[in-house]
Structures are given as structure tokens and as C-alpha cells.
Write a protein that binds this ligand. Structure first.
Ligand SMILES: [Zn+2]
Length: 118
């Protein structure tokens, strides 16, 4: 559990934290406050996963052995959970959440309509 940025209660689960974004934030059961994790966290996790895969692949190529490839999955899992655990939850108010939600709906609708012309 992570601390809510509004009331400091240990009430936000790791699962809620991972799926929280400005349009669908994690909600604290104690104070009903909304919070999310900045988009740069998931971007840095993606970059980290690619770098870990490339590093272990390079080690496997240099040592001419497939054994380093077995370290890819555990190291990626360790990196994934370590990064999400240390990611900071940011508070967000209900009006901003609604604005992000409407923007997401508009973009989704535009993408849907655009798909008819592809
Ligand atoms: Zn709270």
C-alpha cells in the first residue's frame, strides 16, 4: 500500500497505482481524494525494459552463452516492481479529472471516426 497524497493514509494499492492516470485516477477509500502517477514513469519503465533486454542480449553474445538470457525476465520483473513502488502519487482534483476524461473521450471518438477512412 502507498500513502494517499491528500490524507497520508496507507490506502492506495500497487495495482491501483499502476493503473492510475489523470483520466482514471486512484481513489483513496479514506478521503475520496484522487491521485495519479506521472506519465514519465511508464515511459521510463518501457525504456528500462528495452535497455535491460539489450544489455542481457549483449552479455549473451559476448560470452557466447544463452545463460544470460535467463536473467532477462527476473531483472525486468525486479525493475518493473521497484520502479512502480518508488513512483510518486500526485494529487489531482475532480474538475481536472473530468477535463482529462472528456479529452480522452473526444480523442477516442475522433480515432473511431477516422478508422472509417483508413
Ligand atoms: Zn486519502
Amino acid at each position: 500500500m502507498d500513502a494517499c497524497p491528500h490524507c497520508a493514509a496507507q490506502s492506495i494499492s500497487l495495482r491501483a497505482k499502476i493503473s492510475a492516470d489523470p483520466a482514471s485516477p486512484a481513489r483513496c477509500p479514506a478521503c475520496q481524494g484522487n491521485s495519479y502517477v506521472a506519465n514519465k514513469v511508464s515511459t521510463s519503465i518501457s525504456v528500462g525494459i528495452v535497455l535491460l533486454g539489450c544489455t542481457w542480449g549483449l552479455v549473451a553474445a559476448l560470452t557466447n552463452s544463452p545463460l544470460p538470457l535467463y536473467a532477462i525476465i527476473p531483472s525486468i520483473a525486479w525493475f518493473f516492481f521497484r520502479t512502480w513502488r518508488s513512483a510518486e502519487l500526485l494529487p489531482i482534483d475532480a474538475d481536472t479529472v473530468e477535463k482529462h476524461r472528456r479529452t480522452r473521450q473526444t480523442v477516442t471518438l475522433l480515432a473511431f471516426l477516422l478508422s472509417f477512412f483508413m
